[in-house]
Design a protein around this ligand. Sequence first.
Ligand SMILES: [Zn+2]
Length: 256
Amino acid sequence: MMRKLLIAGISIVVAAGTVICFMWQNKPVVSYQYLCGVPANQINDFYWSSPEKLVFDRNLRWNKKELKIYFTDIYDQRTISKILNLARKWTDVTGIVFTTTSDPEESDIRIAFRQGGGYQSLVGSQAKLAKETEGNKTTMFLSNLDQRGDEEFDRVVLHELGHAIGLYHELQSSNSPIQWDSLKVYAYFKRVYNWNTDMVNRQVMAPVRIGESTTFDPLSIMIYAIPDTLMKNHPTIEWPSDLSVMDRTKIRLLYP
Ligand SMILES: [Zn+2]
C-alpha cells in the first residue's frame, strides 16, 4: 500500500509537453493499472512522436478566458457536471471559465474516458497547437475515471485541469529538494510502466529548465506519488485532495 507519497517539486512550472501522471492509490505497486501513467506501449503515439513539440515556455498559457471542453465519448451529465464544478476552483483563481461544446471543431480541450491512455493531458495551450497540426485529437485522457471513487475523481480532475491550463508536475520543479536514487528510479519505472531511461528522465527526474518554478509546495495538487525508497532524502507527504494555498496564489503568475 502506498498511502504516503513522496513529493515532488512545485507546480507553477510553465513548461512543456505532455505530462503523464501517477495518481493511483491504495493498490500494491505491482498491480497498478493506469496510475495516471501508463506503460510505454499504451501511450498514444500522438504524444510522443514529435518530442520537439513538447518544449514550451510561458507562452503555454491560454490567451483567452473561456475554454470549451468537448467530451469525446461520455454523455453522462452527472459526470460532466462534476468536472465543471471542479473546474470552477481553477476559474476562481485564473478567471478562465470552462464550458462544454458538442462541436469538436470549436473545442479547446477534448477529454476521453474510454480510450485508454491512463490519466494524462497536454500542457496548456499545447492543445491549441495540437489542434492546428493534428486535428481534433484527444488532449486529455481520464480513462474510466468515472468508475473510480470521488476522492480519486476529484484529485485527478483538478490535477489534469492544472496541466490543461499550463502547469507541470511539481516533481520536476527546479526547486525540488528531492535527491533521486536514479538506479532505483529507473528500475522502478521499468518494472511498473516498462519505461526506458529516457522516458523516466523526461517524465520524472529531469527538472523543467524552460519554465518557471516557485517555492517547493508539498501540498500542491500537481504532486504525484513516488515510493520514498526511490529518493535518498525521503520527503514524504499525503496525497493532495484540493488546490493548495500556493497553487491558488502562484497560478496568478500565469494568469494575472
Ligand atoms: Zn500529472
